[in-house]
Ligand binder design. Structure first.
Ligand code: ZN
Ligand code: ZN
Length: 308
């Protein structure tokens, strides 16, 4: 059988990469800065876009903050919110990240569950992600009740700073091993009670820095997540994958369970890794880490039902 050569959805697409943080809070919920100040903070730091995602709770008046006035020629915003409803396996309120909500998205309905609310956000056109799973010990069984979610936060900066539970890689890998297609995002979730901005973001490939184009690219998986290192290219060949990137101490291709291949050496900017042993596991994804341990995560490519 002829093997299909996978294509990274971001690097195979036209356009350029735009830098954005898609999980942030303002004083419209429990953040410390005004929406205008939060947008200015990211704009002045060189971000191309921001999604302000305040807590969509009755006590805050179910805010979908209108950030459109804070857009400029070089900086855009996507409307969104962090949604809440009962209840995870541990009995806590769900946290559900929804980016690209309409301004009139209806408040939580009587009896509405987290999964029902997530489904309603997806139906309304949002990119929906599972935020900070490590922060509140979300399980793969919980995640299975959100079958339409597009992504998992593999890194949440404020969760890392405040609780050392910022990592969500374990959940993404369990879902991928179960055959689910899911994207990997990194975010700040900044509240500015401490300096919790600029620790994790997404690089989204689109032809324009416009909300609609960015949202479409997010839903299609045309992005990667990072704490700093940048991918210049990820080229999948028939037997090897070639990664071109900013100087990396580790470059690795990871698959189902313990399947992996890697190159560990200082200052690597171009690495070829064999990945044939990963194909029977159904997916492969790339991770790089710089000398300071900061990582970047590609979205997975999948191999379908190809025979081992
Ligand atoms: Zn949250
Ligand atoms: Zn949050």
């Amino acid at each position: 059988m002829e093997r299909m050569t996978p294509q990274d959805p971001a690097f195979a697409a036209p356009g350029r990469f735009w830098k954005g943080n898609i999980h942030t809070h303002s004083n419209a919920s429990d953040g410390m800065r005004t929406p205008e100040a939060v947008c200015a903070t990211y704009r002045e730091a060189g971000y191309d876009f921001l999604a302000l995602t305040d807590h969509f709770l009755a006590k805050y008046g179910f805010p979908i903050v209108d950030t459109r006035p804070f857009r400029t020629a070089a900086f855009t915003t996507i409307l969104g919110a962090e949604l809440h409803a009962p209840a995870t396996a541990l009995g806590e309120m769900w946290h559900i990240l929804a980016v690209g909500l309409p301004p009139d998205f209806a408040p939580l309905q009587p009896g509405e569950s987290g999964p029902a609310l997530a489904a309603r956000a997806i139906a309304a056109g949002a990119f929906v992600a599972i935020p900070h799973p490590g922060w509140y010990a979300l399980t793969a069984e919980d995640a299975a009740t959100l079958p339409g979610a597009h992504a998992v936060e593999v890194y949440n900066h404020t969760s890392q700073l405040r609780t050392e539970r910022g990592d969500g890689v374990y959940l993404a890998d369990q879902l991928l091993a179960g055959g689910r297609r899911i994207g990997l995002i990194a975010v700040d979730d900044a509240h500015f009670a401490c300096m919790d901005a600029f620790g994790g973001w997404v690089m989204v490939k689109a032809e324009a820095n416009a909300p609609e184009a960015l949202l479409e690219a997010l839903k299609a998986g045309r992005y990667y997540a990072t704490q700093g290192p940048l991918f210049h290219a990820i080229a999948w060949g028939a037997e090897e994958v070639e990664i071109t990137c900013t100087p990396a101490a580790s470059v690795m291709v990871l698959g189902r369970g313990s399947r992996a291949a890697q190159s560990v050496a200082p200052g690597q900017t171009r690495v070829r890794l064999p990945y044939a042993a990963l194909r029977p596991g159904g997916f492969a994804r790339i991770v790089i880490a710089d000398a300071a341990g900061r990582r970047a995560w590609s979205n997975p490519v999948t191999f379908g039902s190809e025979s081992p």
